[in-house]
Design a protein around this ligand. Structure first.
Ligand code: NAP
Length: 310
């Protein structure tokens, strides 16, 4: 088995930035792109806050640019998912479905996956009016009435985006306080097609073959009421993709890999030579640019680890 200097698991902004830096350091990184190459930005619309793009840029276009930039410096990509790892100070092996690969250092940038409500009706009607991806499915709701569930930036962003297609978008949130930033809330409030439905929890998604409405419960009064609509977009946060690392790395109660024990090695995990960056270790910022920044840090940490080992 050929031993690589650096294996990067995941190809969102964190993984690709780590790839650019380690490739420029001549470490010839091998990047496993994972089940969603490009990460969550591939299912995002316009990114307005990534420095350097003053007019904004579409998420998939930004990821294409980062991918090409990493390739230009010699990063190698494998379009498969890592299914198993063996991580210790002395030996680091990762497996995809077909092969095993050994590395001196491993950078984990597997990101996070969209959460779902967990309702039976949500599962049954997924793809039949229920979606967790506005960019993928918004187009199918031209002139329809739909809703977005959630009170964070994702919900605001998706609601605004979906007004390009839908005639009306209900923004449904279980509280009357938002996690979203003020600017995103203001944009949604000022959009005449968006109607806020607050203090409302979703009891059930209605419909047999396709979505016909939702059943809501007012979280303050307990009142149950229905809304007729054709589509339900779930935007209620994310869970870090750490299941294959659980037995080997220190993970916090919410599933994030624990990093940052040492000021001079902020992406180091509990195992020497294994680093983590991006949303998989960040419950606080979770921005494309903060993920990219931590990808840079992971690359520098890996480079220094290899140098120190001689
Ligand atoms: P989030 O900030 O964690 O918000 C999730 C929202 O979903 C919360 O309002 C939460 O309600 C609600 N929720 C969670 N579980 C629920 C359930 N079972 N039923 C109903 N509602 C539920 O997640 P996010 O909006 O995906 O944002 C994640 C991160 O990405 C944030 O840091 C955000 O700033 C960033 N982001 C940034 C941009 C941008 O800057 N353009 C765009 C998208 C995302 P409670 O508030 O009641 O808990």
């Amino acid at each position: 088995m050929e031993k690589r200097n650096v294996i990067i698991i995941g190809s969102g902004p964190a993984g690709l930035t780590a790839a650019i830096y380690t490739a420029r350091a001549n470490l010839k990184p091998l990047v496993f792109e994972g089940y969603q190459p490009g990460g969550q930005l591939m299912i995002t619309t316009e990114v307005e806050n990534f420095p350097g793009f003053k007019e904004g840029i579409m998420g998939p276009e930004l990821m294409d640019i980062l991918h090409e930039q990493a390739e230009r410096f010699g990063a190698e990509f494998i379009s498969s998912e890592v299914t198993r790892v063996e991580l210790s100070e002395d030996k680091k092996i990762v497996w995809d479905e077909d092969d095993a690969y050994e590395a001196e250092t491993v950078i984990i940038s597997t990101g996070a996956t969209a959460n779902l409500l967990g309702l039976e009706s949500e599962k049954r009607l997924m793809g039949r009016g229920v979606s967790a991806c506005a960019t993928c499915d918004g187009f199918f709701f031209k002139d329809k009435e739909i809703c977005v569930i959630g009170g964070g930036d994702s919900a605001m962003e998706e609601a605004n985006y979906l007004t390009r297609f839908a005639s009306k978008v209900y923004l449904i949130h279980r509280r009357d306080q938002f996690r979203a930033s003020k600017i995103m809330i203001k944009k949604a409030e000022e959009n005449p097609k968006i109607q806020f439905v607050l203090n409302s929890g979703i009891e059930e998604i209605l419909g047999n073959e396709k979505v016909t409405g939702i059943k809501l419960r007012n979280t303050k009064t307990g009142e149950i009421f229905d809304l007729k609509l054709d589509g339900v977009f779930v935007a209620i946060g994310h869970t870090p993709n750490t299941s294959i690392f659980k037995e080997q790395l220190e993970i916090d109660p919410k599933g994030y890999i624990i990093t940052g024990r040492e000021r001079s090695k902020q992406t180091a995990t509990n195992i020497g030579g294994v680093f983590a960056c991006g949303d998989v270790q960040d419950p606080y910022y979770r921005q494309a640019i903060s993920a990219a920044g931590s990808g840079c840090a992971a690359a520098l940490d890996a480079e220094r680890y290899i140098e120190a080992k001689g």
